[in-house]
Design a protein around this ligand. Structure first.
Ligand SMILES: Nc1ncnc2c1ncn2[C@@H]1O[C@H](COP(=O)(O)OP(=O)(O)OP(=O)(O)O)[C@@H](O)[C@H]1O
Ligand SMILES: [Mg+2]
Length: 339
């Protein structure tokens, strides 16, 4: 079994770091604040996110990841370095650490290499790369090496990773470039169109988490939000109801449901049989949107199981993947010998 000291879930919205024998020690938003001219880093994580939309001229707040892949290499490298350094203060590691990091299914070789290089530069002794869906399944304690169908749907911030897993590999999978943050963007667009009011990103995210739903609730609820009237330029308050969010989210919701159904349609029937017994496992922060579990179950006609600690599954899995990676490497070695 490989010893993994640090497991990193390099998410579009959040970075989570797992330390051997410690668990998830870092759970921070994937934001970096830096000086525009010098590119000097001012803050990373929550501190940087809090500065969003409030920075003085010359200071930028950005995310180095977009839709699950690195969009700004230099920022990503410095953000990962900062988090790894922080994690290493939580537990002493002798020598350089071995690190496992995950990537979405179907990324290009260049994108994969970019993640690997960024992690190597943090001073890692060894870097392992794992698909997010596999990591989520390991984190959820599924025995993925057995020949039995398991299904994972991880609704993250920028991606929805869908995978049918059996015998240690992904039998059918898709990484949709759409996730929880697209619900936030959809809400911003909806309010702009309907009320002529511009909402800030953090305000829209808060409203989404408080009342956002993908299915109508029995009793509608609402939240007061503050935005800027686009005609007068003045601050305004308005009440946003859960029913309105259902309407605002419709397009994004449909995209996710269609993707899940298309993976189910193409997966082999025997595996679908297994999955219908066990249920599809829903993970990722986006899975918390009210009604998501019920809607997927209704539209896909399959049992849906939500993990309690939905956001930590991937990080947990990257940290615990030592045995799985060793088995996979052994299989690959035997296949190469046969060829
Ligand atoms: N209670 C909640 N209700 C609704 N949405 C939520 C809730 N909690 C978190 N989210 C959303 O979940 C998303 C982040 O999920 P997660 O941390 O799993 O993403 P990530 O791993 O960073 O992204 P990705 O896997 O796409 O790279 C954000 O869009 C966030 O707004
Ligand atoms: Mg994720």
């Amino acid at each position: 079994m490989y010893r993994i000291d640090i497991g990193i879930d390099l998410g579009t919205s959040n970075v989570r770091v797992f330390m051997r024998d410690k668990g998830v020690v870092i759970d921070q938003p994937a934001y970096v604040a830096f000086e525009e001219k010098t590119k000097n880093i001012i803050a990373v994580g929550s501190k940087a996110k809090r500065m969003l939309g409030k920075t003085p001229e010359g200071i930028c707040v950005e995310r180095p990841m977009k839709h699950g892949v690195i969009s700004d290499y230099s920022l990503a490298e410095r953000m990962i370095k900062a988090f790894v350094k922080n994690a290493l203060t939580k537990r002493k590691i002798w020598g350089r650490p071995s690190i496992c990091v995950c990537i979405p299914e179907g990324v290009t070789e260049v994108e994969r290499r970019a993640v690997e290089d960024a992690v190597v530069r943090t001073g890692a002794k060894q870097v392992f790369i794992l698909e997010s869906a596999i990591a989520a399944a390991i984190g959820a304690d599924m025995d993925i090496t057995e020949t039995y169908g398991h299904m994972i749907v991880d609704i993250g911030g920028g991606t929805t990773d869908i995978a049918v897993i059996s015998a240690g590999g992904i039998s059918e999978g898709m990484s949709l470039k759409c996730g929880g943050d697209d619900f936030t963007d959809a809400l911003i667009r909806y309010v702009r169109r309907k009320y002529n009011v511009e909402l800030g990103e953090l305000t829209a995210e808060e409203a989404k988490e408080a009342v956002g739903s993908v299915m109508k609730r029995k009793n509608d609820i609402s939240i007061e939000v503050k935005g800027k009237n686009l005609l007068s330029g003045l601050p305004v308050k308005l009440n946003l109801s859960a029913d309105e969010t259902v309407e605002a989210f419709e397009e994004v919701t449909t995209q996710i449901i269609n993707a899940i159904n298309s993976v189910l349609e193409t997966a082999p029937p025997e595996l679908i049989n297994d999955i219908s017994k066990e249920g599809l496992m829903l993970t990722g922060g986006g899975s918390h949107i009210a009604g998501m579990q019920k809607l997927i179950a209704t539209r896909s006609q399959i049992k849906v199981v939500a993990s309690e600690d939905a956001e930590s599954m991937v990080a947990l899995g990257t940290g615990l993947a030592g045995k799985y990676i060793m088995v996979q490497e052994e299989i690959r070695r035997l296949q190469m010998e046969e060829e």
